[in-house]
Design a protein around this ligand. Structure first.
Ligand code: CA
Length: 273
């Protein structure tokens, strides 16, 4: 045991990466891999074109989940991995993700139900289904339910990365398209952190900006006070949520943010338009 530990500890990080990669290839049945270094280079070449993103992985298979986690984390991406359908949608409503990787066969439900609920909640986050269900009807159902792409297991990591990059590009989350949120005369350019009203720049505090961005990004639903506080309080220098909302309204006009009594706030499309 001690001997094994010593051997483990003397391995270089590079060796461990190659071993992990070989493991990943075994999991995805991408065999044989005659030269792990070559395979690693292939993965790196594909991943290099993906700028850091935040991914939500819904996958119950421990081997596949661990393998994907390793691939994405090695490349600098942030990954939240859950293994159950339950709570998956709630987490997506509370937190921003650039993309979702969704397995269909989950222990407590069908991934299709997660997808339907997610779309019904108005979430537009790109979803890539990863599943062993390869029938035409399964694929059509996935797209019908709102998937952006469908990848059949076993798949190769480079293909997953390429498809992920494609859905991110289409959604504009990969920085190739400028994220621009607009409501009537109010516009927010996310990349430049710039807000304009009737084309003129509006100076916002960090908290006000975070608040407005959060509201604009999920403009199709009411954001609860708790959700907003969780998002913006890290930027806040003391005042309560209501004070920040009030200050924001003074700067962008009263008509844009609607108070939903007892619940929270949401953007108001009709009056702002
Ligand atoms: Ca599964």
């Amino acid at each position: 045991m001690k001997e094994a530990y010593r051997q483990e500890s003397t391995r270089t990080e590079e060796d461990l990466k190659i071993r992990r990669l070989a493991f990943i290839h075994r999991v995805f049945r991408v065999v044989p891999v005659p030269d792990a270094r070559f395979a690693q280079a292939t993965v790196r070449a594909c991943a290099a074109r993906l700028s850091a993103v935040k991914l939500y992985l819904i996958e119950d298979d421990l081997n596949i989940g661990q393998a994907l986690l390793t691939v994405f984390k090695d490349e600098g991406h942030e990954v939240v991995w859950v293994r159950m359908a339950n709570d998956a949608v709630e987490r997506l409503q509370a937190e921003d993700f650039d993309a979702v990787l969704l397995d269909l066969g989950l222990p407590d439900g069908d991934g299709n139900e997660v997808l339907k609920r997610l779309r019904a909640a108005g979430l537009t986050v790109p979803v890539l289904i990863i599943t062993a269900r390869d029938g035409l009807q399964d694929r059509l159902k996935g797209f019908d339910n709102g998937a952006d792409d469908y990848l059949i297991k076993p798949f190769e990591i480079p293909e997953l990365l390429v498809r992920l990059r494609a859905i991110l590009r289409r959604s504009g989350a990969h920085g190739e398209a400028e994220a621009l949120w607009s409501f009537g005369n109010l516009a927010l350019e996310e990349k430049r952190m710039r807000v304009t009203l009737d084309g003129l720049p509006v100076m916002l505090s960090k908290t006000e900006y975070a608040l407005l961005l959060t509201l604009m990004k999920q403009s199709d639903r009411v954001l609860t006070r708790a959700e907003l506080e969780k998002r913006v309080l890290p930027f806040s220098d003391g005042p309560t949520l209501d004070v920040h909302i009030s200050n924001l309204r003074k700067k962008i006009g009263d008509g844009h943010i609607r108070t939903v009594r007892g619940v929270g706030y949401m953007m108001q499309r009709d009056r702002a338009a």
